[in-house]
Design a protein around this ligand. Structure first.
Ligand code: FHN
Length: 479
């Protein structure tokens, strides 16, 4: 069956005759798709459960673009540093020759992994190949790799080993779009384009199988550069390749950016069902409310400045602070997502001081408050202005991650029906307990003793289900 069938097809004809409630019965009928989503609802296996509990991750964008660091011959490029090759200010061939200067003498994968662990990251997404096509592993299928640079050594292996060692799961970033490959096309307009792209598809498949074979401990693949028409038209091929990869690595986690369905729909198929294991569309933005994630798994990837992923020596605009990034982490977890903070190491392989400082600030906070972030989920509590609720999965333990203390120093809580608060205390100091003051049925104030706070803090609520909540004293208004 082709095309979407809308049950209320004659709706527009009836619009003037029907009341609003009758118009709302318009229901989309499901259509049969050959290459749509393979599943409705969340994955429930151990690998995905673990992914769901990460809370905080690290993204690393590193490649040849780190050498110019956002500038060429003293001129600043206005876009994201990793896109500098697309700038007319540089001849493409000159950029492509940067592999002959790639010799990151300060690269130390173990130091990177230590920084990530100290920050509290539970997973890392690492760029094996960005849009420029340069491979940080010695791929057999192209000469444009680290093997043919002065550095020579396999960087992907060093990163995977170092992060494995620190107990941080690794996800490999892979850009399908490849500016360096002669057979890559943005669109397939001629027969020659199609012939070239067939070769490119084979190349892409070989590289992905190579990555999964060379680095068997990786937990997933993070795809990018999949928006061009050439790739969007490959629904059958990409579907088959996804199946092949999943067969090769059971438990492999793949987000919603890999493939389109046969109607060219990306992220969500023509029936509106998520493609892949989690929604990958939250780039530099966070859902405003729980309804926006439609019950799906998701993660948010975030830059420190506005839009710089690769190293840019001249960060400008607003630079996020440690507290802002902690807030984003809590906000994501409160809506069931993971927060992934990007790092763009320099051309020599070292991590810039600003990023080290942020990692330290986040890590210092996480050391005390991580219980409210790891293995936590949406709590089902009404959102309050002071911050975010998270809930330890599988328990009745609720965390209040407090960022804004009101002048009254009273934090409002509205519990879901039939919930009692048994105990409330500060996570950092369990001796500091609070007695919730009932202000209405199911609504309470927690009165803070100190009003001045320089850091976000966490209050734990030990709750339980009960026939009636604590809040029974207040009679509802009869209106
Ligand atoms: O174009 C890329 C960009 O350089 C960066 O890699 C981000 C990371 O999510 N992804 C693409 C834009 O969506």
């Amino acid at each position: 069956m082709k095309g979407l069938i809308i049950a209320a097809l004659g709706l527009s004809l009836l619009t003037n005759l029907q009341p609003a409630s009758a118009q709302q019965v318009a229901v989309k009928e499901q259509i049969t798709l050959l290459h749509g989503s393979h599943r409705v609802g969340k994955r429930s296996d151990a690998a995905m459960e673990k992914w769901r509990g990460y809370g905080l991750g690290q993204f690393i964008h590193w490649g040849l673009y780190a050498i110019p660091g956002g500038a060429w011959n003293g001129k600043q490029y206005n876009g994201a540093a990793e896109w500098i090759r697309s700038w007319n200010g540089i001849p493409k061939s000159t950029y492509d020759s940067l592999n002959y200067s790639f010799n990151p003498t300060a690269f130390d994968a173990k130091a990177w992994a230590k920084t990530a662990r100290q920050m509290g990251a539970k997973y890392v997404t690492f760029t094996t190949k960005h849009h420029d096509g340069f491979c940080l592993w010695p791929s057999k299928y192209t000469k444009y790799t680290v093997k043919n640079s002065p550095y020579k050594k396999d960087i992907v292996k060093a990163v995977v080993d170092a992060y494995d060692q620190e107990g941080i799961d690794v996800i490999l970033y892979f850009s399908v779009m490849d500016w360096n490959h002669p057979d890559w096309r943005y669109d397939l307009k001629t027969k020659e384009d199609s012939i070239a792209f067939e070769r490119f598809k084979k190349f892409t498949r070989n590289q992905l199988i190579e990555l999964l074979t060379n680095y068997p401990t990786v937990k997933g693949l993070w795809f990018d550069g999949t928006w061009d028409k050439s790739w969007v038209k490959q629904a059958a091929f990409a579907d088959e390749l996804e199946t092949e990869m999943r067969k090769l690595r059971p438990g492999l986690i793949i987000g919603s950016r890999f493939r389109a369905d046969e109607n060219g729909k990306r992220h969500f198929d023509s029936n509106g069902v998520l493609m892949g294991d989690y929604e990958q569309g939250w780039e530099r933005k966070i859902p405003a409310k729980i309804e926006d994630v439609h019950g799906n798994d998701w993660d948010c990837v975030m830059t420190v400045p506005e839009n710089q992923w690769g190293y840019n020596a001249a960060w400008n605009g607003h630079i996020k602070t440690g507290n802002e990034l902690i807030e984003m982490t809590a906000r994501c977890v409160s809506m069931g997502g993971n927060f992934v903070l990007n790092f763009g190491p320099k051309g020599d392989g070292s991590i810039r001081q600003e990023e080290i400082k942020l990692a330290t600030e986040i890590g210092d906070w996480m050391k005390i408050n991580q219980e409210a972030i790891y293995n936590c989920e949406y709590a089902g509590y009404e959102k309050q202005d002071w911050g975010y609720f998270t809930k330890k999965s599988g328990t009745d333990k609720i965390y209040m991650v407090v960022f804004n203390v009101p002048v009254s120093a009273a934090l409002r809580i509205k519990t879901p029906p039939k919930t009692i608060i048994k105990k409330a205390y500060l996570l950092a100091d369990t001796q500091e307990v609070f007695s919730p003051e009932e202000i209405s049925g199911d609504e309470y104030f927690l009165h803070l003793k100190k009003r001045e706070q320089s850091k976000p803090f966490v209050i734990v609520l030990e709750t339980a289900k009960a026939e009636k909540g604590n809040g029974t004293k207040y009679e509802k208004a009869k209106i």
